[in-house]
Design a protein. Structure first.
Length: 334
């Protein structure tokens, strides 16, 4: 049984990933500082194949003990200060967590011989596009416009291009689309989730930058992507980067609102430099794991055949999860 270490596993993406890894037959250790609590872990706490260690990735001495006392076959690195606003507000912590400690961890994994490392990156790495009507792929120019994306790009460059390549080590970076959907550690600050919550509460939406595009991906497919990499031959994923999402899941904010059938909406034109990075996001993003002509060869390499992961569309999200959002939103509104 392969033993997988997941850093930041108690969070929005990680808590669902832990369950999927356990379901797929992996032994899983979650390391998390529980910045947002540990309720997301309660129902798997007594799983015999699950282990939790409370530790901050910035505490190198403590994390070194974790690595010394366990043998891991793979690491999925989620621990980070996530998103543009959080990195702006906590820039020093973001620099320490997203760059310094992540770099230290990568070097440590190589030193002790952990064979696989999967890094959670972001489509924000592409930033401003020369042609806003085109699609981007993994070979497109990286032009980050936020500290969050800058640190992701900085680490990617180190991992993929600057370290001495070792045939016994297989690092992979996944550039994820904007996430949405249900999670044991629910977040309502994400666009689709926030819009759905406000709809459930009968609130009026005020939307800025309603015409700007972003690619979206359901949180369950984040887990699918990580596990796809773990199961793929080393020569197909080592020192490689893949976009994750679905080309057909590109939406403007206005389209999102129409998708969830909001009855009342006040739409404002784009105004304010604080959101300028949204205007420069790619119109679309082709996907290596799911489909897209430009990346079809990578899809075949990863799977050995043309095989698409399940993608839960936004309309399906609303149909299947509206009741949950309603309950959660009303609870939060008390």
């Amino acid at each position: 049984m392969e033993h997988v270490l997941v850093t930041g596993g108690a969070g929005y993406v990680g808590s669902g990933l832990l369950r999927e890894l356990l379901f797929q037959g992996y032994s899983v250790t979650c390391v998390d500082n529980l910045m947002f609590g540990g309720e997301s872990l309660l129902d798997i706490w007594h799983n015999e194949n699950f282990n939790f260690i409370k530790c901050d990735v910035n505490d190198w001495a403590a994390f070194n003990d974790v690595l010394s006392n366990n043998k891991f076959d793979a690491v999925i690195h989620l621990a980070a200060i996530v998103g543009d606003p959080a990195c702006r507000m906590q820039s020093e912590l973001a620099e320490q967590t997203n760059w310094e400690s992540t770099k230290w961890l990568l070097d440590k994994y190589m030193e002790i011989g952990i064979p696989k490392f999967v890094f959670a990156s972001t489509c924000s790495n592409y930033g401003k596009m020369d042609d806003p009507e085109s699609y981007v792929d993994e070979d497109s120019v990286l032009a980050p416009v936020s500290l969050y994306a800058e640190l992701k790009v900085k680490f990617e460059q180190y991992m993929l291009n600057e370290i001495d390549k070792n045939s016994n080590f297989s690092p992979t970076s996944l550039r994820f689309s904007t996430v949405y959907g249900l999670s044991p550690r629910m977040r309502f600050d994400l666009t689709v989730n926030e819009f759905t919550k406000d709809l459930a509460l009968g609130r009026e939406l005020i939307i800025f930058g309603e015409k700007f595009w972003r690619p979206y991906c359901h949180v369950k497919d984040f887990s699918n992507a990580f596990i796809t990499v773990l199961r793929s031959p080393k020569d197909k994923v080592a020192y490689n980067v893949f976009n994750v999402g679905d080309t057909s899941e590109n939406y403007t904010k206005q389209m999102l609102v129409e998708e969830i059938q909001k009855e009342k909406i006040t739409t404002y034109s784009f105004n304010g430099s604080s959101l300028c990075h949204m205007r420069t996001m790619p119109h679309g993003i082709d996907i290596g794991f799911l489909k897209g002509a430009m990346l079809e060869d990578k899809l075949k390499q990863l799977h050995g055949e043309t095989k698409r992961m399940r993608v839960l569309s936004l309309s399906k999200l609303i149909e299947s999860e509206f009741d949950y959002y309603l309950v959660q939103a009303l609870t939060l509104n008390k």
